[in-house]
Design a protein around this ligand. Structure first.
Ligand SMILES: CC(C)(COP(=O)(O)OP(=O)(O)OC[C@H]1O[C@@H](n2cnc3c(N)ncnc32)[C@H](O)[C@@H]1OP(=O)(O)O)[C@@H](O)C(=O)NCCC(=O)NCCS
Length: 168
C-alpha cells in the first residue's frame, strides 16, 4: 500500500482489523515492520493482507518430526500473516482463499530466490461477539494448529513442503 490508497470505505465485523488498516498499516510499512497488500474491484477496496517475517519454535510432535529428519534447530524460518481481512460485502466469494494463495506464492519466491522459508504462520482468532472464528477457514486452507497456545489466539502453520502433516 501507499499514501494514495483510500481505505475509508473498508468495513469488517472485525473492527480491530479496520482500525489497523486505517491507522497502523502504512506506518508499520514505512518502519519496515510489515508490508500490506490491497485488492480492489471496480475502485472498491475488497481485502488486504499484511505480511512479515517470523519463526516457528519446534516443540512437541513437530520437533520430533524434524529430529527424525536430522534437523536439530530449535526454530525454523517462516512468513507470517500478521493481518488478513475481507470487506463485509465480499465475504464468502473466494477472496480469502485467493489471499492465502498469494501468501504461498510470496513464501515460495522468498525461498526460491532469497532466503530460507519453510512455513506460513498465523495467529487465528475467535471473535467473542460474533462467535465467528477464522480457525476453520485456515484449516480449510491446509493450516494445522500448533500445540502451543497463545492467549486469545490459536497459532497455526502451513508447511510449504507439505509432507509432515500426515506424520503429526
Ligand atoms: C476469514 C476470512 C478472511 C475468510 O474470507 P472469505 O473470502 O470469506 O473466505 P473464502 O470465501 O475464500 O472461504 C473459503 C472457505 O473457508 C471457510 N470459511 C470462510 N469464512 C469462514 C468463517 N468465518 N468461519 C468458518 N469457515 C469459514 C468456508 O468453508 C469457505 O468455503 P465455502 O464458502 O465453500 O463454504 C473473512 O471471513 C474475514 O476477513 N474475516 C474477518 C477477519 C478475520 O477473521 N481475519 C482472519 C484473522 S487473521
Amino acid at each position: 500500500m501507499n499514501d494514495q490508497h483510500d481505505t475509508k470505505s473498508f468495513s469488517s465485523y472485525e473492527q480491530e482489523l479496520v482500525d489497523f488498516l486505517r491507522e497502523d498499516a502504512l506506518e508499520n510499512q514505512k518502519q519496515r515492520l510489515s508490508v500490506t497488500f490491497l485488492w480492489f474491484y471496480k475502485g472498491m477496496l475488497v481485502s488486504y493482507i499484511t505480511l512479515l517475517n517470523d519463526r516457528i519454535s519446534l516443540e512437541g510432535d513437530l520437533r520430533a518430526v524434524f529430529r527424525k529428519k536430522g534437523v536439530q534447530y530449535h526454530s525454523l524460518p517462516a512468513l507470517k500473516i500478521g493481518r488478513l481481512c475481507v470487506d463485509n460485502r465480499f465475504l464468502r466469494k473466494g477472496v480469502g482463499t485467493m489471499m492465502i494463495d498469494f501468501s504461498i506464492i510470496v513464501a515460495s519466491r522468498i525461498f526460491e530466490k532469497y532466503s530460507g522459508c519453510r512455513f506460513i504462520v498465523v495467529d487465528a482468532k475467535r471473535n467473542p461477539n460474533t462467535k465467528l472464528d477464522s480457525i476453520q477457514f485456515y484449516r480449510k486452507m491446509g493450516f494445522n494448529e500448533l500445540k502451543e497456545q497463545k492467549k486469545g489466539a490459536t497459532p497455526m502453520y502451513f508447511d510449504l513442503v507439505n509432507e509432515i502433516k500426515s506424520c503429526l
